[in-house]
Design a protein around this ligand. Structure first.
Ligand code: HGY
Ligand code: MN
Ligand code: MN
Length: 420
């Protein structure tokens, strides 16, 4: 009697990935633009958080919250399985974030969370049981799109922002962080989080932001480093006046000083292979027929190393000041959020790259929660999943399902390697 060959491991991960993706797809999507608006502690993002809790519950994972919007869904070793000592520092953390930039794409953040749940499905289907805890993290306000600080949730969880400083943050409507948390039903407790107490390493799967992989013909890569980056607020003050009655030579127009500054930043970034973006501008009174009294503009500057970014910002600030003198306007520059270059844990990244058919190690111009945890001393690595156009922070952000499934396989192999 021939023993039926073991049925192939049913592609549970394919089924659950596609189901989870279908469930998340409509949440916070703007029908007009197809972009996503999942602002932390607002309704769509809270719907994503509810989805996360439901998926964790569906898998019997142990949900742990830290009272400031972050959560980890734990897959604990079965009691009796020769678990390693449940010593602090041996849990494996995966996951990512669910918030988006305004009008962002579907993949930045959610792909890491969905892939983590699907990887657990795949491992369970193959009969794997971890000997150490495996957690699926959901970090809040990774984008800094509401309260202005990139990776606010993971900074709070790792103590890389003081609770007192975070408590002063307000959104564009003047809503304080704590009030936004309370309005979302949290009983906010800001500060270092017990969630990470036992974490030995963090592996964040993320859609690639850039098009390195498509040029290499590879579906996944590991991260080598993430660029230094920051946000600086430029306040240009001028003389409000009539758009028609005021001669050009009599104007003190902050919009002109701002415009010259944006051009200078673009030039400086091109000259030094850095990145400089003015993408958010508030104008007062923002009417057609009056020279503005004030223009407030935010510079997002990035570079392979912090010195390069500092140099760019200093040069642009100097040039803006010179222009302000010529225009008879005023300038004030405020640093809002800075992250140094982060070198991910090389030993961990190389070990995982070897596991993934010698996946390349590539740098990223984007910031990530994995970078914050690395800076906080938790060895971190990132798995990038190919993005055919490289476009991100846009409704056009995209990844092929086939590549997403390769990412899930990769993450499952990584968890199996680290949690055995
Ligand atoms: O802005 C960034 O680099 C990231 O996507 N939060
Ligand atoms: Mn992200
Ligand atoms: Mn992002």
């Amino acid at each position: 009697m021939t023993v039926a060959a073991q049925p192939p491991v049913c592609d549970i991960a394919v089924v659950t990935f596609e189901q989870m993706w279908r469930d998340l797809e409509p949440v916070g999507r703007d029908r007009r633009t197809t972009g996503y608006v999942r602002s932390p502690f607002a309704s769509a993002e809270r719907e994503c958080a509810a989805w996360y809790a439901e998926e964790a519950g569906r898998r019997g994972l142990e949900l742990e919250y830290d009272g400031q919007g972050n959560a980890v869904a734990w897959w604990r070793p079965r009691v009796g399985v020769n678990t390693t000592s449940a010593a602090a520092g041996d849990a494996i953390l995966v996951g990512s974030h669910l918030d988006s930039v305004d009008q962002g794409g579907a993949f930045d953040g959610p792909l890491g969370v969905v892939s983590s749940f699907a990887a657990i499905d795949r491992l369970r289907e193959s009969g794997f049981t971890p000997t150490r805890s495996v957690g699926v993290a959901m970090f809040v306000e990774e984008e800094g799109s509401r309260f202005g600080i990139a990776c606010l949730g993971s900074r709070l969880a790792t103590g890389r922002i003081e609770a007192a400083e975070a408590a002063q943050l307000r959104d564009r409507d003047g809503v304080f962080l704590l009030d936004a948390m309370t309005a979302a039903g949290l009983e906010p407790q800001l500060g270092p989080s017990s969630l990470l107490a036992d974490v030995g390493c963090f592996v964040e799967l993320h859609v690639e932001q850039g098009r390195d992989l498509v040029d290499r013909g590879r579906a996944v890569a590991m991260a080598s480093s993430s660029w230094a980056h920051g946000r600086w607020r430029f306040d240009f003050g001028g003389q409000p006046n009539h758009a028609g009655a005021t001669r050009m030579e009599d104007r003190h127009d902050p919009m002109l000083t701002y415009a010259m500054t944006a051009l200078a930043a673009n030039k400086q970034a091109r000259l030094t292979d850095a990145r400089a973006t003015f993408a958010r501008v508030d104008v007062e009174p923002n009417i057609t027929n009056a020279i503005p009294s004030r223009v407030r503009a935010w510079l997002d500057a990035r570079g392979a190393d912090a010195a390069q970014v500092d140099e760019l910002v200093a040069t642009v600030t100097r040039q803006a000041g010179e222009r302000a003198t010529r225009d008879g306007t005023r300038l004030e520059v405020t640093t809002e959020s800075v992250v140094p270059t982060v070198d991910f844990d090389l030993a961990l990244s190389r070990r995982l790259a070897a596991l993934l058919e010698d996946a390349p190690l590539i740098a990223t111009g984007a910031g990530h929660d994995a970078g914050i945890l690395q800076l906080a001393g938790i060895p971190a690595a990132m798995i990038f999943v190919r993005n055919p156009t490289g476009i991100s922070h846009s409704p056009d952000e995209f990844a092929q399902t086939a590549d997403c499934l390769v990412g899930i396989e990769a993450l499952a192999s990584v968890i199996e390697e680290l949690a055995s």
